[in-house]
Design a protein around this ligand. Structure first.
Ligand code: GAF
Length: 406
């Protein structure tokens, strides 16, 4: 199967037998391009079931890894060079392992070379290597394609350099690459779930201390991802603006309660008392973050108790809080959520990820998932004139090395 130019699939093809075929194809491509045998790693994208823009406020998130991933094949080189090839972009970039770049170039290679630079900056000797990358995480769709490239690359480079990271430490290396090298001021959620995802589970992650609880997703519930086809671009201004507003609201509360270092520690009562000292937008953003933390913990408890109706209710509340208070949705995502409401099998729907476009996540009874997706696709196309992509997924495991055999 050709890797380059792969159309987004109706059903993701990474996991299972077809996933191993993709990995074997990447290995063959690496062998013929570089004349060397690669070790192959994979790292998944993610959906977030609930808990949006709470991670950098040291709050709670509940993401699940999905069966779309980036594959990274790596082999050592003896010339001290780092050669990185992306099959998705059909392009190669060359770096000197002894003189790694210090900052991003606005190019796809920022992610793999960024994690390499961060690992090197921690004092680890990085030898020359050849790295081949390919992935099927839809780009710019809010499903964390960049985190999956970072994690697959970091795992490959760390393994080649003989560096062993714990799961949380590897996620932090990748987040540092995103923050310090690429220059996107994002939280820890995406890298953490790509590293630590668990088959058939979501993770209730406490972003304060990176402890987490595994929350089983019932076998009869499918993750139906509906792509609005509106490109989300949060490296740009909006994500940073929202984060600054959240931090400004927190600073107002901290003037009265110095123990509040992050909105994780604040309450709605704080907003009632001191909200009038805040810029009106900052107040709305803070109300979203504070109530979202409560909803996220409640949703995990409801899922653990098997109370799916409550999970759905919380997802709906989360969506409208994200749309109206956080103002991070868009007309198309609001439509996608609204048009899903009366469809058979729906448990809950909301916009997932950084916002301003991208995908909605729909928890749907598995046996009704296909019918749900087809009807919603038709309704959405009729309403917006846009043909959406749908992916019926399950929660997959986190990043790992693949054993491809001979
Ligand atoms: C993006 C960021 F990368 C995450 O850290 C998180 O803040 C998310 O947006 C919003 O919940 O995916």
């Amino acid at each position: 199967m050709p890797l380059h130019g792969l159309e987004p699939a109706q059903q993701p093809a990474f996991q299972g037998e077809s996933g191993m075929r993709n990995a074997a194809t990447l290995r063959d491509l690496h062998r013929s391009r570089f004349g060397a045998e690669p070790a192959v790693f994979s790292a998944p994208g993610r959906v977030n079931l609930i808990g949006e823009h709470t991670d950098y406020a040291q709050g709670f998130v509940m993401p699940a890894a999905i069966d779309f991933a980036t594959l990274a094949g790596i082999s050592p080189r003896s010339d001290g060079m780092i050669v990185i090839y992306s099959e998705n972009y059909a392009e190669e970039r060359v770096f000197d392992a002894a003189a790694l770049p210090k900052q991003a170039a606005g190019h796809w290679s920022d992610y793999p070379i960024g994690v390499t630079a961060i690992i090197a900056g921690e004092g680890h000797a990085i030898p020359g290597f050849s790295l081949s990358l390919w992935g099927d995480v839809p780009l710019g769709s809010g499903l964390s394609s960049s985190a999956s490239v970072e994690v697959a690359s970091a795992l490959a480079v760390a393994s080649l350099a003989g560096v062993r990271y714990s799961g949380p430490a590897l996620a932090l290396v990748c987040q540092r690459a995103e923050n310090e090298f690429v220059g996107a001021n994002s939280g820890i959620m995406d890298q953490f779930i790509s590293v630590n995802g668990a088959e058939d589970h979501a993770l209730l992650l406490d972003c304060r201390d990176l402890t987490f609880k595994l929350v089983p997703i019932p076998a009869d519930v499918a993750l139906v991802i509906a792509n609005t086809m509106v490109k989300h671009a949060h490296a740009g201004g909006e994500y940073g603006t929202r984060r600054a507003e959240v931090e400004a609201a927190c600073a107002v509360i901290a003037r009265h309660r110095p123990e509040v270092k992050f909105l994780r520690d604040a309450t709605v009562e704080d907003l009632e008392r001191w909200g009038n000292e805040m810029d009106p937008n900052a107040l709305k953003r803070a109300r979203h973050v504070i109530t979202e933390n409560t909803r996220t913990v409640a949703a995990a408890e409801a899922l653990l108790r098997g109370n799916l109706a409550e999970v759905g209710r919380l997802m709906a509340e989360a969506h409208w809080s994200y749309s109206r208070d956080f103002e991070a949705s868009c007309i198309e995502a609001d439509e996608m959520v609204e048009l899903a409401q009366d469809l058979p099998g729906l448990i809950g729907a909301r916009l997932t990820g950084g916002g301003f476009g991208g995908c909605t996540i729909n928890l749907v009874k598995r046996e009704q998932a296909l019918g749900f997706a087809k009807t919603l696709a038709g309704r959405y196309a009729a309403r917006t004139g846009i043909n959406p992509d749908f992916h019926i997924c399950h929660a997959s495991g986190g990043a790992h090395r693949l054993d491809l055999g001979p």
